[in-house]
Design a protein around this ligand. Sequence first.
Ligand code: GTP
Ligand code: MG
Length: 158
Amino acid sequence: TEQTYIMIKPDGVQRALVGEIIGRFEKRGYKLVAMKLVHAGTDLLEQHYGDLKGKSFFPGLVKYMASGPVVAMVWEGKDVVKQGRVLLGATNPLASAPGTIRGDFAIDVGRNICHGSDSVENAKKEIALWFGAQDATIQYTRAQDAWIYEVVRANRTL
Ligand code: GTP
Ligand code: MG
């Protein structure tokens, strides 16, 4: 089953949007399989955003992300990597559609309240980075999966 790494950034926590953001993934039908509150250090954040190291906004990004706790989560379900980013909205909230998390709750790109993995490959890397290389996610069955998916096979949604 596909998994993605979703993170509520420090501004999302400070603005009391944790329940709102989790609720949107839950209500869509995705399954929460790992979650923790983390006050990340600079090393972890520099690794997480390693591919942005050369950007002018990189130091500010790391400082912002280290400014308070984040909610680190793994969500599971069909096409969740791509759909997770659809739920978040465009990187720049000024370009995010209403109905998306950023389009409903954010204005500045440097305070865009949430993160989502941009590919299945990066999702695997980010889950390992934030939750450890071992299988940190929880496998469990939800009765509602039979009402969300047309086909549910042995606890594995396609
Ligand atoms: P994430 O889900 O957070 O990874 O966002 P993204 O994949 O939509 O965008 P990207 O990975 O390119 O950038 C990571 C984060 O850096 C963004 O979410 C923003 O918080 C920040 N960022 C990106 N571009 C800019 C910029 O031009 N200015 C500032 N201040 N921050 C930026
Ligand atoms: Mg990104």
